[in-house]
Design a binder for this molecule. Structure first.
Ligand code: F6R
Length: 247
């Protein structure tokens, strides 16, 4: 098992390629009369992917009626109607533009009274949907996938986590003030992500080149959680030339 690395002409080309993979999965499941279960990410990286999925829906008639989605993570303490929440991000950039069935999208609950119970219920909902067919990932400069900051074990499941200061700084642009970035989040675990049948990770820009190099080059270990992806049987990294580690 090794991570397959594809270097695309630019981030638009990478996003179009991953959108085509998702389209093919959805159409294959439609032909089988089954649901396609997508794991989704937020952040800057998947924005062109989501724009392309919206385009496929609008201009190529790609229907999402048979799609169920599970997002990786949500900030702790933010309700889904807050503009900085990941639920709001997904509604704005993807969900409200598609023909998804009501109730078919899932984002962890950042304000659940009993977080342990809510996380267990999230895992159970993924299982009940048949497991994740395809997980979209970005990667943080700390080596996080989802919000699995170092150290995160390969066995970790959906849970409450503490955000690294590097991550809080990187995400400050989405908040009015840097100090407004929550210190905690709810994230699918590495183990949850590793059970997806297929993983497509996107990384763009020179700021990601260092962590991509570590993720591919270092033996899997908890202090760079993305390295666990080396043990996944079907994981592809989609890079633009700036994030590429090759000479
Ligand atoms: C987002 C997520 C994170 C981001 C990562 C990269 O749901 O789980 O792992 O993918 O922080 O963020 P961007 O894309 O903003 O560089």
């Amino acid at each position: 098992m090794a991570i397959r690395v594809v270097v695309h002409a630019d981030k638009q080309a990478a996003s179009v390629a991953v959108a085509a993979t998702i389209r093919d999965l959805i159409r294959r499941r439609q032909a089988e009369g089954r649901t396609a279960v997508l794991g989704l990410a937020t952040g800057s990286t998947p924005l062109p992917l989501y724009a392309e999925l919206v385009r496929l829906h609008r201009t190529e008639g790609l229907s999402f009626r048979n799609v169920v989605t599970f997002n990786l993570d949500e900030y702790e303490g933010l309700t889904g109607d807050r503009p900085e929440s990941y639920r709001h991000f997904m509604e704005e950039h993807l969900f409200r533009h598609l023909d998804l069935r009501p109730g078919s999208t899932h984002v962890p609950d950042g304000v659940a009274a009993d977080q342990a119970r809510a996380c267990a219920a999230y895992e159970e909902a993924i299982r009940a949907a048949g497991g994740l067919d395809l997980q979209v990932l970005g990667i943080g400069r700390t080596g996080h996938i989802g919000f699995n900051e170092p150290p995160s074990s390969a066995a970790s499941r959906t849970r409450r986590v503490h955000l690294d200061d590097v991550t809080r700084r990187d995400n400050a642009m989405f908040f009015a003030r840097a100090e407004d970035v929550p210190h905690g989040a709810i994230t699918m675990g590495v183990g949850t992500i590793m059970e997806a049948r297929q993983v497509e990770l996107l990384a763009f820009g020179a700021a990601k080149a260092g962590i991509i190099r570590r993720t591919i080059g270092e033996s899997p270990h908890a202090d760079c959680p993305a390295t666990w992806l080396q043990l996944h049987p079907a994981c592809t990294f989609h890079l633009d030339p700036a994030a590429d580690t090759q000479p």
